[in-house]
Design a binder for this molecule. Structure first.
Ligand code: NBG
Length: 827
């Protein structure tokens, strides 16, 4: 087709950025896409029209980007991730397009309720927590630093569950985010690939007499692509998020249908569609379910087939595949890519082992996101054999060649061979996905300096000794577009005014310019006013949602993240109960008024995490209803912590709780979001906290607790929490109070599993850090009473957060791991 030259008039109405064209486009979209006129339009219609208006502008940039990348045959990053926790698109896309103000004016002239339109958007919660949100930040930064990239993943029909709190307990509700339609995606029904499961393999001789293997799967499903454009900030670059939906090859098994077995006929369809139906709601520990392995293989196979299609279209052959694509494996979830790429290159495209292996290894790179042993994925060999028989053969062959190398290198060291093997032979034989990813990748990275060091010395130690040159650190980062400009516009305006330009939005190191003004009383006052306004917004929202409105004058002490014992929400609870007792004993005690706010979901099957939520609410009920106490202290649980609610929370926090047991939190990214928004951190030396503290200055960070080496040492010596319990009368009283039933209407059994666990096991050393934490909180309390100094520290925190922009992380990946150059798209 010959695309006609676009006249100015068309340019303007469909994709122009002036107020007039935005208005015209909006009305057109309401009419011709939604089929509505204003008098009968629902909130959703009004939102959809806005979304389509913005999407048209994105697609124009996407087409320009795709054309340019194709013409230049640009090296492309393919980010493989089972999770993307995107958050609402509309406001973010308007910021990246630079049209927020003009769109607001256009909306006013059309008599639209702009805030209501933004609120109507339902976020795609296609991830659990940090790992999925990191992938979303990286998509934003890849586009912003102008690197051609495709994010590949799964289009889950149901994302992470919505959380309600009923009687203090978490109740899960299914997330029907697609119910009202998803205006951001473009379905590509013709972009579809077959994905096999089960069956058997057979050897045969091809036309040239070579022995080859063919896989005859038992079942085939189809993966259909759905594309979401991801626009960079202030640039034309628009990348693609390509998510796969599983479908049955044919909607009916006609034979079954004809003999009257209607339900049997649709069974296959249901089975195929199940694959992309729902996100596994576990954060760290792996679920180990067959369906999850199916999901992993499904999206990896579609993605690699898509890349091969692209490369064949451009080059006609696959010999330079690794020059065209850099694949990043986001944790072990997509690690099967190593075996699948081998299979596609050899079995489908006729390549020999050595060449296929060379390409595979040079294409793939692997990020590890956790040190928790229970979260390291392994799959039973028997399950693999049943589901992916050909892949198991390939894995065995990779392993055979790999272990030969190891044996030559470490003569006679059989233990090491067993430790390095891709197969865990102790007990039920299992495939170690981290080992597969490590062997099949040219770079292996951790997500914070401490984490990478611990990787090298613990879980990946043997690999580090084997290939030290493959190990790298890339400290995580977060996007300042979403987590400052979109979520905290008042702060963004104040920073821009103070720095004299908005360059910081694309070059976060420019925040340093704030430092010169940190002592300036005028700025401090405005800074505080911005914080207070955000606190008022949050208080109002909490009031409407929970019936309890906190006092914005009090210190907002916030811990928001998945609920997990290693993150130690219960350490904060012990402090709260300690404060409660202090106040009860001395009602005229001098204390800074505090509102402790928790947010976070618990994995539905994680009993202890759910009990912690119940305890937070139970303590809140007692504390908030005790007039003797509630002038000093309030406790509130924010229900349904997700990206949208996070955006309300980060700007409003005074104190950010990052109190995991040292050595357990790989990086953390919430820590960065809070600090960017001027919260001071109370934290352990864990994950990226270490680097944040170094960046903001030790005086501007409340550090406490055992360090990672101290934790290790204490554990080696034999940790006995009951001794701490016995020796510390205040701690004992706190735990006894929880166990007594005071917070559970006299039920002395309810929280017993939690208190017993602390006293007799305490795997995350809550008791060992209790005293240090309480002392540190006292320092926080004192600091809060000197508001000018607090404001100064707050300004310095924001000013020094430059290194934690995900733009910096992406540039490091691009230079050190992917060797990929920016390709600017101007518009
Ligand atoms: C999480 C870590 C966090 C880290 C994010 C992103 C998993 C498996 N890991 O500390 O717990 O910030 O990954 O790297 O979800």
């Amino acid at each position: 087709m010959n695309t006609p030259p676009r006249t100015d008039a068309r340019e303007h109405t469909r994709t122009g950025l002036s107020k007039e064209s935005l208005k015209q486009a909006y009305v057109d979209n309401l009419f011709y896409v939604q089929g509505r006129f204003p008098e009968v339009a629902t909130d959703n219609d009004l939102y959809m029209a806005a979304a389509f208006t913005v999407r048209d502008r994105l697609l124009e940039r996407w087409i320009k980007s795709a054309r340019t990348f194709k013409e230049h045959n640009s090296r492309t990053v393919c980010y493989l991730s089972a999770e993307y926790l995107l958050g609402p698109h509309l406001a973010n896309n308007m910021v990246n397009l630079g049209i927020t103000e003009i769109a607001r004016e256009a909306g006013e002239e059309l008599d639209l309720d702009f805030e209501c339109i933004l609120e109507t958007e339902e976020e795609p919660g296609l991830g659990n927590g940090g790992l999925g949100r990191l992938a979303a930040c990286y998509m934003d930064s890849l586009a912003t630093v102008q690197i051609p990239a495709i994010g590949y993943g799964i289009r889950y029909e149901f994302g992470i569950f919505d959380q309600a709190i009923v009687d203090g307990w978490q109740v899960e509700k299914s997330d029907t985010w697609l119910r009202n339609g998803n205006p951001w995606e473009v379905a590509r029904p013709k972009l579809a690939f077959d994905v096999g499961f089960g069956g058997r393999t057979e050897q045969y001789q091809d036309a040239s007499g070579r022995l080859r293997v063919r896989w005859i799967p038992h079942m085939v499903v189809i993966g259909v692509g759905y594309d979401t454009p991801i626009l960079g900030y202030g640039v034309g670059n628009t990348n693609l998020l390509r998510l796969w939906k599983s479908e049955a090859p044919e909607s009916f098994d006609f034979q079954a249908f004809n003999v009257g077995d209607y339900y049997g006929a649709v069974h296959a369809k249901i089975e195929a569609e199940t694959i992309s139906k729902v996100l596994y709601p576990n954060d760290e520990p792996e679920a180990g379910k067959e369906l999850r392995l199916k999901q992993q293989y499904f999206f990896v196979s579609c993605s690699l087939q898509d890349m091969i299609r692209l490369q064949l279209g451009i080059a006609g052959s696959l010999g330079a595949f690794h020059e065209k694509f850099a694949v990043q494996l986001n944790d072990t979830h997509p690690a099967i890519a190593v075996a699948e790429l081998m299979r596609l290159l050899m079995d489908v495209h006729g390549m020999e082992w050595d060449q296929a292996w060379n390409i595979t290894r040079r294409t793939c790179h692997f990020t590890n996101h956790t040190l928790l042993p229970e979260a390291l994925e392994t799959w039973p060999v028997a399950l693999f054999e049943r589901l992916l028989p050909r892949h198991l053969q390939i894995i065995y062959e990779i392993n055979r060649r790999f272990l030969d190398e190891v044996r030559v290198r470490y003569l006679g060291d059989d233990d090491r061979v067993a430790r390095l093997s891709l197969i865990d032979e102790g007990g039920e034989r299992r495939v170690r996905m981290a080992h597969l990813a490590a062997v099949g990748s040219s770079a292996i990275n951790g997500v914070a300096a401490l984490h990478t060091e611990l990787l090298k010395s613990t879980v990946m130690r043997d690999f580090y000794e084997l290939w030290p040159e493959r190990f790298q650190n890339v400290t995580n980062g977060v996007t300042p577009r979403r987590f400052m400009v979109v979520s905290n516009p008042r702060l963004a305006r104040l920073i821009t005014e103070t720095c004299g330009s908005d360059r910081w939005v694309r070059d976060l190191d420019c925040l340093r310019d704030l430092e010169a003004h940190a002592e300036d009383h005028g700025l401090q006052e405005r800074w505080r006013a911005v914080k207070t306004a955000a606190k008022e917004d949050l208080a109002g929202w909490l009031g409407r949602r929970t019936g309890f409105t906190p006092d914005p004058e009090s210190m907002f002490d916030v811990q928001a993240k998945r609920i997990h014992e290693y993150k130690r929400q219960h350490l904060s609870l012990l402090h709260i109960v300690w404060l409660y007792e202090q106040i009860k004993q001395n009602p005229s005690i001098e204390l800074s008024p505090r509102t402790v706010i928790f947010g976070g979901k618990a994995a539905p099957g994680y009993f202890m995490a759910k009990l912690i939520i119940k305890l937070i609410n139970a303590v809140g009920e007692v504390v908030n209803n005790d007039p003797q106490v509630n002038g000093h202290l309030r406790v509130i649980f924010m229900p349904d912590f997700n990206v949208k609610n996070g955006q309300r929370l980060y700007p409003a926090a005074d104190l950010s709780e990052q109190i995991s047991m040292a050595g357990k939190e790989a990086s953390g990214t919430g820590n960065m979001k809070f600090s960017m928004n001027g919260a001071l951190t109370i934290g352990t030396l864990d994950g990226a906290n270490v680097e944040i503290r170094d960046a903001v200055g030790h005086d501007n960070f409340f550090m406490f607790g055992l360090t990672a080496p101290e934790v290790q040492q204490r554990q080696q010596e034999g940790y006995r929490p009951w001794e701490i319990y016995k020796a510390d009368a205040e701690l004992r009283s706190v735990i006894d109070l929880i166990a007594s039933g005071l917070f559970s209407h006299g039920d002395a059994e309810l929280f017993r599993p939690l208190t017993d666990n602390l006293v007799y096991h305490d795997p995350f050393m809550v008791l060992a850090d209790f005293r240090a934490y309480v002392d540190c909180q006292r320092r926080v309390d004192h600091a809060w009473r000197a508001p000018r100094n607090w404001d100064r520290m707050s300004i310095l925190n924001t000013a020094r957060m430059g290194p934690f922009s995900s733009d910096r992380s992406i540039r490091e990946y691009a230079e050190r791991i992917w060797q990929v150059e920016p390709v600017p798209i101007e518009i």
